[in-house]
Design a protein. Structure first.
Length: 194
């Protein structure tokens, strides 16, 4: 099954733009920018939406839910149902505290792992969507409240790492879209993907 809907998770508003929880938005924005796609606000899906027409294959919808992280599934689920897209044609790009900063991992099944956006997707969409998980860990300092950590901004050093890796994150996402989760997992889940 090819990927035809890619959702970047984050929170709307300038206050959240550079926070760890908005890494999904950053990567999907970078993909849209690379391919010259324009975002349009769609009230029905409570989202910013862009359409990517790739010659010789189905169009790919990119979306950034505007529902705030904890209600992401409401937006993505509504869009998937409207376009009659099966759950295995959906990919979700999100931050992951269990993965070290600078690394990424692709998976399909499993729990939400404490991620409220993924919990909402499981509730509204069901399991089986591809998860493009980008590391923001470890939590420093360890005693910091989880919510405070994910809603705080990257340090300048961490932001430099993210900016350095952004092209490879986009390339990995393109691979997932073009070749599906199995191949993406094989190539991207190695300890040191090239």
């Amino acid at each position: 099954m090819s990927i035809t809907l890619v959702a970047g998770l984050g929170n709307p508003g300038r206050d959240y733009a550079r926070t760890r929880h908005n890494l999904g938005w950053m990567v999907v924005d970078a993909l849209a920018c690379k391919h010259g796609l324009s975002w349009r606000s769609n009230a029905a899906f409570e989202a910013e939406v862009a359409r990517w027409d790739v010659p010789g294959r189905p169009s790919v919808w990119l979306t950034k839910p505007l529902t705030f992280m904890n209600e992401s599934g409401r937006s993505v689920g509504g869009m998937a149902r409207y376009h009659k897209l099966p759950v295995d044609s959906v990919a979700v790009v999100h931050d992951d505290l269990t993965i070290d900063l600078g690394r990424l991992k692709v998976s399909v099944l499993g729990s939400a792992g404490g991620h409220n956006g993924v919990s909402s997707l499981l509730e509204h969409l069901g399991d089986g969507f591809a998860r493009y998980r980008i590391g923001i860990g470890p939590k420093e300092p360890p005693q910091m409240d989880l919510k405070d950590f994910v809603l705080s901004e990257f340090t300048s050093e961490q932001l430099a790492t993210i900016e350095h890796k952004l092209d490879s994150y986009v390339q990995g996402l393109e691979l997932l879209i073009a070749s599906g989760p199995d191949q993406a997992m094989t190539l991207l889940n190695r300890k040191d993907p090239t």
